[in-house]
Ligand binder design. Structure first.
Ligand SMILES: Cc1cc2nc3c(=O)[nH]c(=O)nc-3n(C[C@H](O)[C@H](O)[C@H](O)COP(=O)(O)OP(=O)(O)OC[C@H]3O[C@@H](n4cnc5c(N)ncnc54)[C@H](O)[C@@H]3O)c2cc1C
Length: 400
């Protein structure tokens, strides 16, 4: 069968939120872009319970790209207060958006709304191959060759740069022989939306339990979106549990301070589970190829940083490519990208893992220390301000 050949500046494999936003940046810079996506619609983003908290910095970045308005139109929950609590240990810390002079510390959005807004902005601006299956990748000195099956035919794409945005188990990363550091957390994140008697009052709660954290994020329609880290067997049990029993268990798991404000939990949506793992690529680049988003780094969602970090990958790569270099896949540019991203990724991954380690121990002296640490942070204004800056992504405004 004859092969059809297409030439582009960049080919992006993976049409999730990160791949889509990268495509938008590149077409705005004048590049010819193709996207290869295996699922229709994108699997990772089509689940209505997949919700993410975007930092204030990410919102500013998406506003600059002209897609925030469309995302916000679908509804965003504003996080104006954050309460960090450890049930049964009485430690707590609060953060208020007004203290930082911002409207909200973050925004809770459905991932599918982000992808839909980006798809609309990309309409007729890129060449989309979906559903398509990459069968082979060959990278020589000046071109990346991607072979794929599309509409029942073998096709070949040539590009100066191959961008891997194909998620945690990236096929592109594997084909390039790039390994990962990290581990499986042996936990699933159970996600669902919960309707309570009195709503959420724009408050996000992070409850640290010994078995894992439980986050309650405020949604646009007054419900909470929860991410509950559970051991695999427990997660499977909770997935199928009758609604009333599930809500009873959840009410017991949140901190006692939550219910008097939210009221009883009345209704739970469809539930879904996602494996939680830490995966950091050993290298963010190979010849003529870069990794972005979850293909480069997958984090535990406890600090809600995965997509925020992916957006900063996109912003960095786009900044490096903004002057239309003669060869957008030149090694020197890719190395600059890798160097600029390494520290941010390691810092966020380190922060995320240390929270999990600190709250994962039931050792009594450590529990006392944690309570003091949370209470101490509450009164230590500069440290709390720094944490708030981190949560809101304020130091990243302009960089994503
Ligand atoms: C429970 C949970 C809660 C989270 N909460 C937050 C949060 O509050 N804030 C936050 O910032 N982050 C959060 N995250 C992380 C965030 O969801 C991810 O970091 C982000 O969605 C990753 O986007 P991505 O585009 O890199 O990858 P993905 O969304 O995985 O997209 C990858 C795309 O590539 C496609 N693909 C895969 N393989 C191939 C292939 N071989 N060929 C072609 N296409 C392919 C897939 O179909 C998919 O469309 C959370 C994650 C979880 C699991």
């Amino acid at each position: 069968m004859t092969q059809i050949l297409h030439e582009f500046d960049a080919v992006i494999v993976g049409g999730g939120a990160v791949g889509g936003i990268q495509a938008l940046e590149l077409v705005n810079l004048g590049y010819r872009v193709a996207m290869v996506e295996q699922n229709m619609p994108c699997m990772a983003s089509s689940n209505p319970e997949r919700v993410v908290a975007l930092s204030y910095g990410s919102r500013c970045y998406l506003e600059g790209l002209g897609v925030w308005h469309d995302i916000a139109k679908q509804g965003t929950g504003a996080i104006r207060f954050i309460e960090v609590r450890e049930p049964n240990n009485h430690g707590e810390m609060h953060m208020l958006a007004s203290e930082k002079g911002v409207d909200a510390l973050g925004y809770v959005v459905e991932l599918s709304h982000v992808v839909a807004a980006v798809d609309a902005a990309l309409k007729d601006k890129i060449t989309m191959f979906c559903p398509a299956k990459v069968t082979q990748v060959h990278r020589d000195d000046d071109t990346a060759h991607i072979s794929m099956q599309y509409q029942g035919q073998p096709q070949e794409l040539h590009a100066k740069l191959l961008i891997a945005a194909d998620g945690t188990h990236s096929q592109m990363r594997r084909m390039a022989g790039i390994g990962t550091h990290g581990w499986d957390h042996n936990r699933f994140g159970l996600v669902a939306s919960i309707r309570c008697e009195r709503g959420h009052a724009d408050t996000a709660y992070e409850c640290f339990r010994q078995s894992g954290p439980l986050a309650c994020l405020p949604l646009a329609d007054g419900r909470f979106s929860i991410v509950w880290a559970l051991a695999p067997q427990e997660a499977m049990r909770m997935l199928d549990m009758p609604e009333r029993m599930f809500l009873k268990r959840l009410q017991r798991a949140v901190d006692e301070a939550v219910l008097p404000r939210s009221g009883w939990m009345l209704e739970v949506s469809k539930r879904a589970c996602f494996p939680l793992e830490l995966r950091i690529a050993q290298s963010y680049t190979a010849s003529r190829m870069v990794l972005i988003g979850n293909a480069a780094h997958t984090l535990h969602p406890v600090a809600g940083q995965g997509l925020n970090l992916g957006l900063r990958d996109v912003a960095t790569l786009s900044q490096i490519l903004r002057h239309q270099p003669a060869d957008m896949g030149a090694d020197i540019l890719l190395q600059a990208y890798a160097e600029q991203r390494r520290l941010d990724v390691l810092a966020v991954a380190g922060f995320t893992e240390s929270i999990l380690a600190a709250f994962g121990q039931d050792f009594l002296p450590l529990k006392c220390l944690r309570r003091q640490a949370l209470d101490g942070m509450q009164s230590l204004t500069p440290l709390r301000a720094l944490l708030m800056e981190h949560a809101a992504g304020l130091s990243q405004v302009g960089k994503a």
